[in-house]
Design a protein around this ligand. Sequence first.
Ligand SMILES: C[S@@+](CC[C@H](N)C(=O)[O-])C[C@H]1O[C@@H](n2cnc3c(N)ncnc32)[C@H](O)[C@@H]1O
Length: 252
Amino acid sequence: MTLGSHLTPLARSHIEQADVVFAGLSDGAVEMWLQRMHPDVRSLQPYYAEGKSRMQTYRQWVELMMTEVRAGKRVCGVFYGHPGIFAWSPHKAIEVARAEGFDAHMEPGISAEDCLYADLGIDPGRFGCQHFEASQLLFYERKIDPTGYLVLWQVGLVGDLSLKRFSTGAAYRQVLVDLLSQDYPLDHEVIIYRAATLPIQRPEIRRIALRELPAAELTTEHTVVLPPAAPLKLNLAMRERLAALDRETTMA
Ligand SMILES: C[S@@+](CC[C@H](N)C(=O)[O-])C[C@H]1O[C@@H](n2cnc3c(N)ncnc32)[C@H](O)[C@@H]1O
């Protein structure tokens, strides 16, 4: 996630030992840094295009990597954050490679999620934490639990059914706010978060009210967090059952 500091020694060793490296990174500077580690780094960024389905781009990425694998090369795909979090191609490439009899492995990385817990001082174990891709929350009927944290990814392009746009905008975010207002008051705190991708940057943390989300400045690199809006509720039936079990086990 952050240039220089978040690459694990094992990930670095996979990069250095590969014959070809494909790069799906967030930042041109990070890509240049990667190029210093390997003589054959091929950027996946040029395959994105406005008006072109992201699914088409992601399938192309898998094919590009698999073409080299099939040619007998040792291939390393480098994706920012954790390669398996909100990322379709790395999972798919591994699935296809294994189905064709090749060895394939995913090395975990430090995700925006990990940075978020550290920078915002959130422990997901305290109240629980739900993660949703923001559009999925609109496209499908999901159950939000406002007694835990809610983390929304890709809010910058919320509601994009076409998969062809890189941002949607205020009207689309208003639909998201309308949905969220079923579980949260409109003055509930919303945290707009961006982890540092360069060591000279500070994490960006903006706190606004839910009603302000449509007008807020938001890019594809921001993640949105809603802290709990209600206290945890005791499950009396389960407590009763556990107490009965305790009585049984201490008597036995
Ligand atoms: C396609 S996903 C990739 C996530 C990445 N694999 C990871 O592990 O962080 C893109 C989404 O990740 C989140 N994201 C990406 N860069 C971020 C950053 N610098 N800070 C916070 N969230 C970020 C945003 O929600 C964005 O819409």
